[in-house]
Design a binder for this molecule. Structure first.
Ligand code: NAI
Length: 394
């Protein structure tokens, strides 16, 4: 792939809005937006017609005009060399289903971010026989919110570096190089997609903070001034929960390394991830709590609440739960079960968050709940042992 590389960004949310100007700023690669959801493609086209999408980061503004905006996979996908799916994980299946028939042989298809278990899903989808290389980003490189649809997105924070895994793993370095040149991002090639799945920190941060803030305080009302800052209000108690969750995940990774010889050295602890991702945007690097409280990239972001006027309650339908539990923690819990490792803190968080969401994924840690098929727990894809897990994601 070279200067003629064609990229399709799938999605019409915050992330898609940043990707287009980022790609144009990085080198002007041909880029299409494929927005299949509702009337988004028309709305983006209307906005773009007024001069392109502007990403605003501090005092730096960059603008990108996509070469095509469409809602039709058959129009955008057949010529695409690289397809970046940038929607919440609960929409991955719908988007990948719609584009899979049109992917050309040898294309790169991936998710930014992939959250956990994207590879279980995607390798099951008969993409291998067309030599499709999968990739997954461990996180979204930006904290961002659309301010004017199709026209302006505010970038609140930017990570220094992002990890990316690929499948088959032999393609990782090449895919990382192509994606870095297309997007201008600093990309750290991960050892495997399993590294990305276990190293998905959204699964720790989002459900963990929700649990820390609201467990036992579900019925508290907030007025508009007292809604806590989501990241910067992390207290000692919550940071300890996050730390324990992170340690449980590290224990899974280390066991797979030791017993099965898979290199998962790039699955790192939460504090290290915060330092690597945000560097000098963190004022006090002492511990997890201070890394959240003094991180300028997190400034002003409030906990998700619903309500009106002056009465708000926690929003238990927020994607901090609906995405990061079924496409994060539940996946990791499944990998831990395959390894025979207990994860008591993660279990507690999953159970509480499931109760809040009105779903049942696990019973006593086992994937027997009525809603488990709506997750990416390994058993959903017939992955029940370590050999199958490794064959699917390493
Ligand atoms: P968003 O909430 O803006 O994305 C919503 C978009 O997803 C919709 O506009 C639509 O285009 C698409 N979508 C939703 N349901 C769909 C469906 N059923 N079928 C097809 N498309 C559908 O999400 P955002 O903010 O762009 O985030 C994308 C990913 O990045 C998520 O995984 C999120 O957790 C992650 N992320 C976002 C951050 C941010 O600051 N925006 C920060 C860190 C991670």
């Amino acid at each position: 792939m070279g200067s003629q590389t064609k990229v399709v960004v799938c999605g019409g949310g915050n992330a898609a809005h940043v990707l287009v100007p980022a790609i144009k700023e990085a080198g002007g690669t041909w880029v299409a937006v494929l927005a299949t959801f509702g009337d988004e493609s028309q709305r983006i086209a209307n906005g773009v017609a007024q001069g392109g999408i502007i990403a605003a980061y501090r005092d730096h503004h960059y603008r990108g005009v996509p070469d095509l905006v469409t809602s039709s996979p058959s129009e955008a996908i057949p010529s695409a060399d690289v397809v970046i799916v940038s929607v919440p994980a609960f929409a991955h299946a719908q988007v990948v289903e719609s584009i899979a028939p049109y992917l050309k042989c040898g294309a790169f298809l991936g998710a930014m971010p992939s959250r956990s278990g994207f590879e279980f899903y995607a390798t099951n989808k008969h993409l291998r026989d067309r030599d499709i290389t999968l990739f997954g980003f461990q996180t979204l490189p930006w904290a961002c919110r659309v301010a004017d649809y199709g026209r302006l997105v505010n970038v609140l924070g930017r990570k220094n570096i992002v990890s990316m895994g690929a499948f088959p793993t032999s393609k990782t370095a090449g895919v990382a190089q192509v994606l870095a040149s297309i997007t201008g991002l600093r990309i750290r090639p991960a050892n495997s997609m399993l590294s990305i799945s276990l190293g998905n920190v959204g699964q720790i941060i989002h459900p963990g903070i929700m649990y820390g803030f609201f467990h036992g305080r579900e019925d508290l009302d907030y007025d508009s001034d007292s809604v806590p800052l989501f990241y910067q209000s992390v207290n000692r108690e919550t940071s300890m929960i996050l730390d324990l969750m992170s340690r449980e995940i590290l224990a899974v990774a280390r066991l797979i390394e030791q017993k099965h010889g898979v290199n998962l050295g790039d699955v790192i602890g939460l504090k290290q991830w915060l330092l690597d991702s945000y560097g000098d945007q963190i004022r006090d690097k002492t511990d997890i709590q201070t890394c959240f409280a003094t991180n300028s990239a997190y400034e002003g972001i409030k906990a998700p609440v619903i309500g009106e006027g002056n009465k708000f309650r926690p929003d238990f339908k927020s994607r901090y739960l609906t995405e990061d539990v079924p496409y994060g923690l539940v996946v990791t819990r499944g990998v831990a079960a395959i390894c025979g490792i207990e994860t008591p803190v993660i279990d507690r968080v999953i159970d509480t968050c499931s109760h809040w969401m009105g779903v049942q994924y696990l019973i006593g840690g086992k994937p027997c709940g009525r809603d488990v098929s709506g997750t990416r727990h390994p058993v959903v894809y017939g992955i029940r042992d370590i050999d199958r897990l490794i064959a699917t994601s390493v």
